[in-house]
Design a binder for this molecule. Structure first.
Ligand code: 4HQ
Length: 224
């Protein structure tokens, strides 16, 4: 799978390119991440890519032309790429959507700064608008990295351990509790069933715990 990212802060993406599951997938050529500096597509000598909003008000708005030119350039090497804009106005990013996105061969992520992009970009250049949650972050970059991470996990073989694909949410439930050695610490014991060696009982216990935890902490998830 190929990701292209349009950003004013290319260095922020060193985090995912250099460390962890995503970095490993890039090295194994299961994944490629291409970063584009939007300023390189500015049409003036000051490298401006933003301007004052019509109608007044604070902040700046990202201009149409540099973004459009950058998308045009990306489509020369990735013609079928889906263009996604990260914003609080977007469709909420949920497990189900991450699975759907992992089916695409190529995704381009547009990261907004300031007050965001000119609405004509959203109306004419974007295939999807996605939100990572109901709060405001300072730019689309962290949202793009969250999306790249969670979508990449859904690509077969990107995760070393296939069990991790069975993490919570695959069945709309939260995770069951985990324990490791020692058996007792400060008088706190590991639940007996986990030491029993009886795998069927362990599986049943884990499902019960998942349901219990979900009811207690996230009742809203059970409605789905
Ligand atoms: N922003 N989910 C405003 C977000 C956001 C979110 C990104 C802040 C875009 C212009 N993005 N900029 N929540 O808060 O994706």
């Amino acid at each position: 799978m190929r990701f292209d990212v349009i950003t004013l802060f290319p260095n922020m993406f060193n985090i995912i390119k250099n460390e962890g599951v995503i970095a490993r997938a890039i090295k194994k050529s299961q994944l490629s991440v291409h970063i584009w500096q939007l300023r390189d597509f500015s049409n003036n000598k000051y490298k401006n890519i933003d301007d004052k909003p019509y109608g007044g008000g604070g902040g700046m708005v990202m201009k149409v032309k540099p973004i459009r030119d950058c998308i045009h350039k990306i489509k020369q090497s990735s013609p079928k790429t889906k263009i996604i804009y990260l914003s609080p106005q977007g469709q909420p990013l949920k497990h189900k959507l991450t699975k759907e996105l992992s089916m695409f061969d190529a995704i381009t992520l547009l990261c907004g700064r300031y007050e965001g992009v000119d609405e004509r970009i959203i109306n004419h250049d974007i295939d999807m608008e996605i939100s990572i949650g109901d709060y405001i972050i300072s730019g689309g970059e962290l949202a793009a990295m969250v999306l790249i991470d969670t979508v990449s996990r859904q690509i077969p073989n990107v995760l070393g351990n296939i069990d991790s694909l069975n993490d919570s949410f695959t069945n709309n439930l939260l995770d069951y509790p985990n324990y490791t050695r020692p058996k007792i610490i400060d008088n706190q014991k590991v639940p007996e069933v986990l030491l029993s060696g009886h795998q069927a009982n362990i599986n049943t216990w884990r499902i019960e715990q998942s349901i219990k935890t979900t009811k207690r902490k996230r009742k809203d998830l059970l409605k789905n």
